[in-house]
Ligand binder design. Structure first.
Ligand code: RBF
Length: 340
């Protein structure tokens, strides 16, 4: 009988031992990249993952897990809570302007959890570090090129297309006004034709909107639509021989639409995330509470014209672009923002 008890006790101990987590190795650092959406097709999330992966690769004992939270925004808070509740990750890295509110909520519930949020702004929360891009400048660069191309190719139509997935503050207060200012700097008569898809995935809806805008005589569209932007690309490529074009945002887009993307207003989210995550993994904890704003002058927003569609544009147009970029880097126009 005694033997049976020994065996039973040994079994219970073995099973419970197997169920508890192995203690972390000393110095082990685990990073979760929480993607509020889907990585593939969303330039800004592709850059997020690239930057975080590079930082982790360069840090001994660091691991990374990429978690895609999907397109249902109502689920994000619960998904984020589930990640924090594992208490496995020293740092959660995420990106988009809606995330500070959700991270602040989870930080209240899990006071030890730290967050780095790119493409967002929240100052003064001791668990959260944010970096916001000055997207007024980024919009201005895109709008200026759209204006120049439209003026050169179709002088009668003073309209430029803008297809957005949804409305949110950085779109309505930075990107769109910047884009409009860029177009108007070329010709004050330009106006923006704004269309909205309603989500970040419906490429068919985006394609219909693009077709309608191009049919009205518009030559250039800027899509800010994540995965749905593929719909704008396919229509622009189909109509490229009618001089229909796209200006691209966030990353280099020439390969995505080789005939129709004429230039890219890029942000260096991969570098921002790489630098910041690496610093945090190396022990810099003074960043929490901080809200940085970066832009053209520190090189985090720029123009990418390294594609044959841009190179083939008229020399006068490229000269104007160069002049605009130099002036912008020197502060004209001055789009400085100190808080958001
Ligand atoms: N951008 C994307 O490329 N893909 C997305 O799925 C996506 N989802 C977003 C969801 C919300 C709630 C908000 C506020 C923004 C989202 N963005 C997304 C936009 C992104 O933050 C950024 O503004 C654009 O990529 C332009 O730089």
């Amino acid at each position: 009988m005694k033997r049976v008890w020994y065996v039973l006790i040994a079994l219970v101990v073995a099973v419970s031992g197997a169920c508890t987590k192995a203690p972390k190795a000393k110095g082990e650092l685990d990073v979760a990249v929480f993607v509020p959406g889907i990585v593939s097709g969303s330039p800004i999330y592709e850059l997020l993952v690239q930057g975080a992966e590079k930082a982790v690769q360069e840090t001994p004992n660091a691991t990374i897990k990429v978690i895609e939270a999907g397109y249902n925004q109502a689920e994000w808070l619960d998904r984020l809570r589930a990640v924090a509740a594992t208490e496995e990750y020293e740092l959660i890295v995420t990106s988009n302007p809606s995330m500070p509110e959700l991270c602040a909520q989870i930080a209240k519930e899990f006071p030890n959890q730290k967050f780095f949020i790119a493409d967002a702004y929240l100052k003064g929360n001791p668990s959260i570090y944010t970096v916001l891009y000055n997207q007024k400048e980024q919009g201005y660069i895109a709008g200026f090129l759209a204006g120049l191309y439209s003026k050169t190719n179709n002088a009668d139509i003073k309209k430029i297309g803008f297809i957005a997935a949804q409305k949110y503050p950085t779109l309505t207060e930075l990107i769109l006004p910047g884009f409009e200012a860029g177009a108007k700097a070329v010709d004050p008569e330009f106006t923006i034709e704004y269309r909205e898809i309603g989500n970040w995935y419906d490429a068919n809806a985006a394609a219909s909107l693009a077709r309608e805008l191009y049919a009205s005589g518009i030559a250039v569209i800027l899509p800010i639509a994540g995965g749905a932007g593929q719909g704008v690309i396919s229509v622009a490529e189909e109509l490229a021989n009618q001089d229909k074009r796209i200006v691209w945002f966030d990353n280099a887009g020439f390969k995505l639409a080789p005939q129709s993307v004429i230039g890219c207003a890029v942000l260096k989210q991969d570098i921002v995330v790489y630098e910041r995550v690496r610093a945090i993994l190396n022990g810099n904890s003074s960043v929490y509470g901080r809200a940085d704003i970066v832009g053209v002058r520190d090189g985090y927003i720029d123009f990418d014209g390294a594609g044959s569609t841009y190179e083939q544009l008229p020399g006068t147009l490229k000269k104007s672009m160069e002049g605009m970029l130099n002036a912008l880097k020197e502060g004209t126009p001055d789009f400085t923002i100190t808080s958001f």
